[in-house]
Structure formats: structure tokens, C-alpha cells
Design a protein around this ligand. Structure first.
Ligand code: 6PG
Length: 277
């Protein structure tokens, strides 16, 4: 099922006044969603490499990306992707070591990174984790992580005409409370002008650890925005996010509800969507 979309030129860091509606792709199951998301990422990577010899992709945390990484690690994508020209960044991270079970880098390490995953195709130097390990070693705090990561992004990821880092693709999951990245309902992050922010440990959703998150403006600036949601437990929030009134402060994931974005949802998570879109 897909909805008509209207592109609106946009400037600045505030959410667009009239963002339009995304394409909605409903699949039978998470595996189907993972293969469509992987194919869309590969297309974005190939476009970027053709245009500028390199691709910078911002990926998400949570449980959703593991299936997508597995699809990228398998044929046909594995043999086709220009791994040496692909750079992976993180939309957010939990303030835990890289090898901690709650780390958002761990699923990537386990499936794609050379020297960490069996036969991993992705060079370790092309992975840009939020520098939690280094900051912990320096006895620093999440705010220092945010400062360092913003610096690293600005030095490597091209910015668009409005000075917003323009990743070639951004992949986000959707939280049960309507959050994305680590931008939770009522978050102060969208109103800030910091590219990367430290976020206190959430109490209403797990894991209950401090976070570091990119500003959601990166969702506006990318040419390929993919939002992925699976499972019956998300049916209510998905309907609120896509069919309900726009309440961006209470539902930060609505920042991904825009023209040019693709929402990849399995039937269980789409169960409460208005028929016919
Ligand atoms: C995080 C994520 C977060 C995630 C959603 C969905 O670090 O927790 O970046 O925004 O995408 O919570 O998580 P699931 O994919 O596990 O449902």
C-alpha cells in the first residue's frame, strides 16, 4: 500500500510546516521487511558512491537492524556492495561499552564488521561508533561523547545548503512510546541546535541507561529515510504516528512521517492502520 507524497523544499532545523506523507510498505513479516530495507539501503549506497565515491549511512539501535544487517551480509547484496566505500554511523547509542549487550554497535559488529564477524565484509575503519569506550576510558560523560561525535560527523559527512549533515540514508526504528533515535516524548533535543546531544536514562522504556543521540534534523536532510516497525505490540503506536494528528513533541517518530520517506511495516504492526491509507 502506498500514499501520495508531496515534496516541500525546506530550510533550517525546525520540522517542516507541511511535510507531506510517506510511502508505506506493508510486508508479511520482519524478514520481508528486512529484505526490502536492505534493498533500499543498497540502492542509496550505490547512488552515493556513483555520485561522490563514498556513502555515509546512519543506522539505528534496538532489535530492528539485526535482520537488515543479515540481509546485507548475504547474497546478492554481499557480493555487490562496495564495502570499502561504505561508512556506517549511529543515530544514537546507549552509554555502555561497545561489547555490552545493550550496545547499538554490537549487532553490526556481529554481522558485518571484518575481524569481529565471521568473514565480515565491512572494514573496521569504516565503522564510526559513538565514542563511548574512549570517553569511558577518559572518565568522561555522555556530553563529551556528544561533543566528539558531532565533531567527527562534521569533519566527514557532507552538509547540505543549510549546514545540515546529509547522510546518504538514515534508518530508524520506532519505539513503543513513539520515540525514535533517543528522542523520547517531550524531549528537549528537537529544540536544541546541537547536532548530537546527551540524554538522561529513560525510565519508561528500556534499557534504562544514559544515551547519546543525533538531532532529528538528520531525518529531514537525507534523500533516503527508512522507518521500520514490526510486531503487534507496535500496532497502536504505528496507527497514531501515521494516521493520527501531528503531535511531534509527544510523538517524535512523526518526524519520519514525511514525503520521500518509506515506512516498512509488517502486517502485525500495520493492523490498526486506516484501510486505504
Ligand atoms: C535505541 C534505538 C531506538 C529504537 C526503538 C525501536 O537505541 O533504543 O535507537 O530508537 O530504534 O526503540 O527499537 P526496536 O527495534 O527494538 O523495537
Amino acid at each position: 500500500m502506498s500514499r501520495s507524497s508531496r515534496a516541500r523544499p525546506r530550510r533550517g532545523w525546525d520540522p517542516p510546516a507541511d511535510p507531506g506523507e510517506p510511502e508505506i510498505i506493508i510486508v508479511a513479516d520482519p524478514a520481508g521487511g528486512a529484505s526490502i530495507a536492505a534493498a533500499r539501503l543498497v540502492a542509496a549506497i550505490e547512488r552515493a558512491v556513483a555520485a561522490r565515491g563514498r556513502a555515509d549511512i546512519a543506522t539505528t539501535g534496538g532489535s530492528t537492524p539485526a535482520g537488515i544487517y543479515a540481509a546485507l551480509a548475504a547474497p546478492p547484496h554481499r557480493d555487490r556492495l562496495p564495502w570499502g566505500r561504505l561508512h556506517l554511523w549511529f543515530g544514537d547509542e546507549r552509554f555502555v561499552p561497545r561489547d555490552h549487550p545493550d550496545s547499538n554497535v554490537l549487532p553490526l559488529d556481529r554481522s558485518l564488521v571484518a575481524g569481529r564477524a565471521p568473514d565480515g565484509p565491512l572494514p573496521p575503519g569504516n565503522v564510526h561508533p559513538i565514542p563511548v569506550d574512549a570517553v569511558i576510558a577518559d572518565e568522561g560523560r555522555p556530553a563529551e561523547c556528544a561533543r566528539r561525535y558531532a565533531e567527527e560527523i562534521r569533519s566527514a559527512v557532507p552538509a547540505d545548503g543549510d549546514g545540515r549533515p546529509a547522510f546518504d540514508a538514515v534508518l530508524v526504528g520506532v519505539g513503543p512510546d513513539g520515540h525514535l533515535l533517543s528522542v523520547f516524548p517531550g524531549s528537549a533535543v528537537p529544540a536544541s541546535r546541537d547536532l548530537v546531544s546527551a540524554v538522561p536514562a529513560p525510565v519508561h522504556v528500556g534499557p534504562h541507561v544514559a544515551r547519546v543521540t543525533l538531532h532529528p534534523v538528520v531525518l529531514d536532510a537525507t534523500p533516503a529515510l527508512l522507518a521500520v516497525a514490526h510486531g503487534a505490540a507496535k500496532a497502536g503506536i504505528v496507527a497514531r504516528l501515521l494516521d493520527g494528528p501531528r503531535e511531534l513533541a509527544a510523538l517524535p517518530a512523526q518526524r519520519a512521517r514525511r514525503a520521500g520517506a518509506a515506512w516498512i511495516i509488517d502486517e502485525a504492526a500495520a493492523a490498526e492502520l486506516r484501510p486505504g491509507g
